[in-house]
Design a protein around this ligand. Structure first.
Ligand code: ZN
Ligand code: ZN
Length: 395
């Protein structure tokens, strides 16, 4: 579209196809799939975008879909992403389209993400003549713990000049967009430690190497490490979530297990924590003649919004939904998101789409078995996707 054209027509287009966006979301919601293999979800999306004249490529290492819309003229290339997987948990809503499975639920709103993305594809494909360049629609499985974005990038994605994604936020009212430049969501890495001592009779600890006090010392030292060595201005979080050892009141165990997770808001702090944890664990174990096995399970990098791109996308959102719709987030979200892999390769941004149902004062958050979203927000999300792409590729 031309720079001087208003975005209100895109919002009208989105509202006109809202029933179809909502219908796709409900069908995906009723049949959630987990991890990297989401064949039924993929089939529904492929069917929904079949008439749009896109070049559709189906990935093999995952159920990912790469659909490309070619504009009338050559130009830049822009990526829009929606994730498609659900969570292994029961659904406790009374929705008529609630999950058909007892142990799976779309509790992170990814059903809405892909439905809005398919809606954006429909809106933009009708305006192909107003686009210079290409829009790459990335329908991505395996966001929850599987790093599906990385898997798709690894299998092959077109090089792009910018990228954008939305995540629903039940805490933010419908009609509003949460955004901030710079660090937007945290990195995460999990750790598993085994402190190996030497068990024996509880009355004779001097003949044993008791792993329990050593494990306790490690837990304390890790907390000191975060507060004393990680700058408060570039924070990190380290939480021990599991501590297991022993089987009886009169037996010293052979080993103790410590597990937990680390979060950071910069690559530097993330690296510092990954380097520091084994050093502290092994040092304390050695002091007490014990041994320690440390495993760091790599999670996702930090989601960093490009400052210039965020300013651009924020202006598009303000133009589309009004200045009052913009909620400047004072702090990043400490959750993690694998869109970070895309943003590590190309400047772009992720924003939060308000989906808090009207009159709901205590909305259930994402990952709650009672999480619900206001479907009135869905055409707004589809229109925002389409608008950011249309402005980025304006002729
Ligand atoms: Zn999630
Ligand atoms: Zn999510």
């Amino acid at each position: 579209m031309r720079h001087d054209e208003t975005l209100s027509s895109l919002l009208d287009d989105a509202k006109a196809i809202a029933p179809r966006i909502v219908d796709l979301r409900r069908r995906i919601h009723a049949e959630p799939e987990l991890g990297l293999d989401n064949p039924a979800t993929r089939a529904k999306i492929v069917d929904e975008i079949a008439d749009l004249g896109l070049d559709v490529m189906l990935h093999e290492k995952s159920s990912g879909i790469v659909a490309v819309l070619r504009g009338e003229r050559p130009g830049r290339r822009f990526l829009l992403r929606g994730d498609m997987d659900a969570l292994p948990m029961p659904e406790e809503t009374n929705l008529e389209f609630r999950s058909r499975f007892e142990d799976r639920m779309h509790a992170c709103g990814h059903d809405a993400h892909v439905a809005m993305l398919a809606g954006a594809a429909r809106i933009l494909s009708a305006r192909r003549d107003q686009l210079a360049g290409e829009v790459v629609f990335m329908f991505q499985p395996g966001e929850e713990l599987h790093g599906g974005a990385d898997v798709m990038l690894d299998e092959g994605m077109p090089e792009v000049d910018g990228a954008f994604a939305l995540h629903v936020a039940p805490q933010i009212p419908t009609g509003m967009i949460g955004t901030k430049p710079g660090p937007f969501m945290a990195s995460y890495d999990d750790f598993e430690v085994e402190v190996v001592g030497r068990g024996g009779h509880a009355s004779m600890p001097h003949d044993c190497i008791d792993p329990i006090p050593i494990a306790c010392e490690i837990v304390s030292a890790l907390q000191s490490f975060v507060t004393r060595r990680i700058p408060a201005t570039d924070p990190g979080v380290l939480t021990v979530t599991q501590l297991h050892s022993g089987t009886a009141n009169n037996v010293i165990a052979d080993s103790a297990e410590i597990r937990g997770t680390m979060r950071a808001l910069s690559d530097k702090t993330r690296a510092r924590m990954i380097e520091g944890l084994p050093r502290i664990v092994e040092g304390i174990a050695r002091t007490h003649d014990a041994q320690a096995r440390v495993e760091i399970i790599s999670g996702y990098p930090v989601v960093v919004n490009d400052d210039d791109f965020e300013e651009f996308a924020r202006a598009v959102a303000a133009e589309l939904l009004g200045e009052q719709a913009i909620l400047s987030l004072p702090v990043p979200v400490m959750g993690a998101e694998d869109f970070s892999y895309v943003l590590h390769r190309t400047p772009g941004a992720m924003m939060l789409l308000g989906v808090r149902p009207p009159g709901e004062s205590h909305p259930a958050p994402c990952h709650s078995s009672r999480m619900m979203l206001d479907e009135e927000a869905m055409p707004l999300g589809a229109a925002l996707h389409a608008s950011v792409a249309a402005r980025f590729l304006a002729v």
